[in-house]
Design a protein around this ligand. Structure first.
Ligand code: SF4
Length: 287
């Protein structure tokens, strides 16, 4: 079996940097470290951190004042950030690319902000708090809803994307809004494609290798992770012979569908830890 791994597979630069800082903090302090929400969207990695006394929390009322509190790479609501900074020892691991999106939104406070992405994703929840007025487009059908049309009429619009959102959603929304601008239904349109390049590059590298060199593909990632889901869905448009697995147990369930002579593209999402990827690759190498 030939195993093909695309460039950029695994943790993205934002997560690599945050993980490094987190493990340095772990060495420096003996006490429990709390992360707001998940550090990355991967259950096995959360368990790995738990064993190091690094705990995900949602309810800050359970924490003592002065606790170590980590803001994860996808950022948090800015009003909530002010609250936690007054109570805890806060370390901000928000990815610089997410911070950039927050900054753009904040400097366009007099615009109605339209964010393409998932309404309840932690990054989107944080981004919304930087705007004075916002709408989230999770699905193109939203663009035709009466409530949406009424809300944007005669407004200055800022269109921006969650860093891990679907690019087609952003591009189609932009085309739609450009048409509304042409007929003066909206008064101004500013747009920023803030989809993370490391995600796009990984997807494009994978698609290229899947088209030219591979017979099948395996995407490794947590089913809860946005970037894992979109990686899987994009690759599936190129080749239907693709599997989405979370760990070695899932791999064992699909082994009967993989032949020894195959050329398998194996790609991990930006929230898949290397210990999961390495275990899977070692297993495949023995087939
Ligand atoms: S996917 Fe991109 S934006 Fe998100 S943490 Fe990684 S580098 Fe930052």
């Amino acid at each position: 079996m030939k195993i093909i791994i695309p460039k950029g597979s695994g943790f993205c630069p934002g997560v690599i940097s945050a993980e490094k800082k987190l493990l340095q903090l772990r060495e420096k302090y003996d006490e429990l470290i709390y992360i707001y929400g998940m550090f990355i969207h991967n259950k096995e990695y959360e368990n790995f951190l738990k064993r190091k006394n690094i705990i995900s929390i949602q309810d800050i009322n359970k924490l003592d004042d002065g606790s170590i509190f980590i803001i994860p790479t996808h950022g948090i609501d800015r009003n909530f950030e002010n609250i936690v900074k007054n109570r805890f020892k806060v370390f901000d691991f928000t990815c610089p690319k997410v911070k950039n999106v927050q900054k753009i939104i904040f400097t366009h406070k007099d615009y109605l902000t339209i964010i393409t992405g998932k309404e309840n994703h932690p990054e989107t929840i944080g981004l919304k708090s930087y705007s004075s007025e916002n709408i989230v487009i999770s699905d193109l059908s939203r663009l035709n809803e009466k409530s949406f049309i009424e809300k944007i009429k005669n407004k200055k619009i800022l269109l921006i994307s969650q860093t891990t959102a679907n690019e087609n959603l952003y591009i189609n929304s932009l085309n739609y809004l450009n048409n509304l601008l042409k007929i003066s239904f909206i008064t101004e349109l500013k747009n920023f494609n803030t989809i993370c390049p490391s995600i796009i590059n990984r997807e494009n590298n994978s698609i290229d290798l899947l088209k030219k060199q591979s017979t099948k593909a395996i995407v490794i990632g947590d089913k809860l992770s946005s970037n894992s889901q979109r990686l899987f869905l994009r690759l599936k448009t190129v080749n239907e012979d693709i599997f989405f697995i979370e760990n070695i147990n899932d791999l064992e369930k699909i082994l009967d569908k993989i032949e020894k002579e195959e050329k398998i593209l194996v790609v991990s999402s930006s929230s898949t830890p290397s210990f999961i990827e390495n275990e899977i690759i070692k297993f495949l190498e023995k087939i």
